[in-house]
Design a protein around this ligand. Structure first.
Ligand SMILES: Nc1nc2c(ncn2[C@@H]2O[C@H](COP(=O)(O)OP(=O)(O)OP(=O)(O)O)[C@@H](O)[C@H]2O)c(=O)[nH]1
Length: 443
């Protein structure tokens, strides 16, 4: 056999081999995502000066009959280890003067005036001392307030996920980043599992695609069927106007009074009339603070003397609000958490007493985002004591741990309804999962 056919067979084989190798290299290169590429993509993707920009104003709903929301018994909650037991201290009071919780007789419904507390002192509603910014302007001004929360969380996650096929060490880094941002063990595990699944299922190859998946997974982890509107609008009972009754609860220093004032401002700006109840009678300054808010926004305040029975003050605030035909009564409660039993006595009683004349439509639990796990433990105690219907997460402007939102909502089974993004009177925003995640991931 002549050597020529063999020569051509060898040439063809070599050409085919080279072609296969080149094609393989090209495909492999396309599939690899470098950190440089992710950075380049980020430069294009990052919204300029982007921050938390809720798309709408704070949603409000009438009180009265609630729509059925999913039951979330404490036994079914994850991460229930380490809950403070009865008698555990939950926080250090801001001021030293304290009074111990004592048993006080509940006022009879027919004779509310016979409470053991001093007579409350209704104040006439003053004219608003300041012009209240409209909701749209307010939201715009909140841009960038999540600054500190964003950098750690979003950038390290995007850096990791944008780096291509992740090995186990890199997944461990993703997990650590989520844990450091205060998402908690259960939420972190769930999110990592979903990220792994989605990246694989969608054969994610670019950092841009990874960003989309991350955004979707985080947003869906924050989504809930529960209503986020604050039930602060009046409703009708037996043909008579009934103000919405909102209790604001939380440990001292979390921002209850400030939140009550900010919420009153939102309501007044929308044309509602409001009575504020200063049921935090442990600290004289708390009632003064609320009174200042009332003067600023043009609301009436009902307060008792220092040491008065908080339940009696709350009762009288609701009574006054009903008689005056206002739209909403916001009751600022005391949050001293010396003992779970004490809190149960106080807060439970406030609610029971108020409900002798009107249904409580909303119980907002105010949590300080900067306290991380401690805040979460407080939340567990409160949710056992009182039927919390919404969370207000304050001081998100001052923490790198915005991830606490995920954990709080998951553990309590109650939606985060509002977020506090500063000390200013208009620094209260509605909580929107999509906008929040967008702010976390941008830089
Ligand atoms: N940075 C920041 N500070 C806030 C926010 N909300 C409240 N604060 C500040 O937190 C401090 C405590 O707020 P208060 O409203 O007095 O807290 P409280 O829960 O009523 O406290 P007690 O009356 O002691 O029970 C104040 O200095 C507020 O200005 C927020 O969203 N961001």
């Amino acid at each position: 056999m002549s050597s020529t056919p063999w020569f051509w067979i060898v040439v063809v084989a070599v050409v085919v081999l080279v072609a296969v190798l080149v094609a393989g290299l090209l495909i492999a290169r396309r599939r690899r995502i470098s950190l440089d590429e992710s950075k380049a993509a980020d430069v294009v993707e990052k919204p300029k000066g982007g921050g938390y920009t809720a798309t709408g104003g704070i949603a409000l709903a009438p009180g009265g009959e609630k729509t059925e929301e999913p039951a979330h018994p404490v036994e079914e909650r994850p991460e229930t280890d380490g809950q403070p037991a009865v008698g555990d201290d939950a926080s250090v009071p801001r001021d030293s003067a304290q009074r111990t919780v004592r048993d006080v007789e509940l006022p009879e419904p027919a004779e509310p005036a016979e409470t053991s507390a001093p007579e409350p002192e209704p104040e006439p509603a003053p004219v608003p001392a300041e012009e209240i910014a409209p909701a749209t302007g307010r939201l715009e001004r909140l841009r960038g307030r999540l600054g500190k929360s964003r950098s750690v969380f979003g950038q390290s996650l995007l850096g990791l996920l944008g780096a291509g096929d992740l090995d186990e060490d890199s997944w461990q880094d993703v997990e650590d980043t989520l844990l450091m941002a205060d998402l908690g063990a259960a939420t972190t595990t769930e999110i990592v599992e979903r990220l792994r699944e989605e990246l694989k299922r969608r054969a994610v190859r670019t950092s841009e695609e990874a960003r989309t998946v991350l955004q979707e997974v985080l947003t869906s982890a924050l989504s809930t069927d529960a209503v986020r509107a604050v039930r602060a609008l009046p409703h009708t009972v037996d043909g008579k106007k009934q103000p919405a009754v909102v209790l604001v609860a939380g440990v001292n220093g979390t921002g209850k009074t400030t939140t009550t004032g900010k919420l009153a401002r939102v309501l007044v700006a929308q044309g509602s009339t409001v009575v504020l109840g200063a049921a935090d009678t442990f600290r004289a300054a708390a009632a003064d603070q609320l009174q200042t808010w009332a003067e600023r926004v043009g609301a009436e305040v009902v307060r008792g003397k220092e040491g008065a029975d908080p339940a009696a003050v709350a009762f009288d605030a609701v009574k006054r609000g009903t008689e005056a035909g206002v739209d909403a009564v916001l009751v600022d409660t005391a949050g001293r958490l010396h003992t779970k039993t004490g809190l149960m006595d106080e807060l439970g009683k406030v609610k029971r007493v108020v409900e002798k004349q009107a249904k409580v439509d909303e119980v907002l639990l105010v949590l300080d985002a900067t306290t991380g796990q401690n805040g979460l433990m407080q939340a567990r105690v409160f949710s056992e004591v009182i039927d919390v219907t919404g969370i207000v997460l304050t001081k998100l402007d001052g923490t790198a741990k915005g991830g606490i939102v995920f954990q709080v909502q998951r553990e309590l089974g109650v939606p985060v309804k509002l977020v506090g993004l500063g000390e200013g009177p208009d620094d209260l925003a509605p909580f929107e999962p999509g906008a929040f995640v967008e702010a976390l991931l941008s830089s």
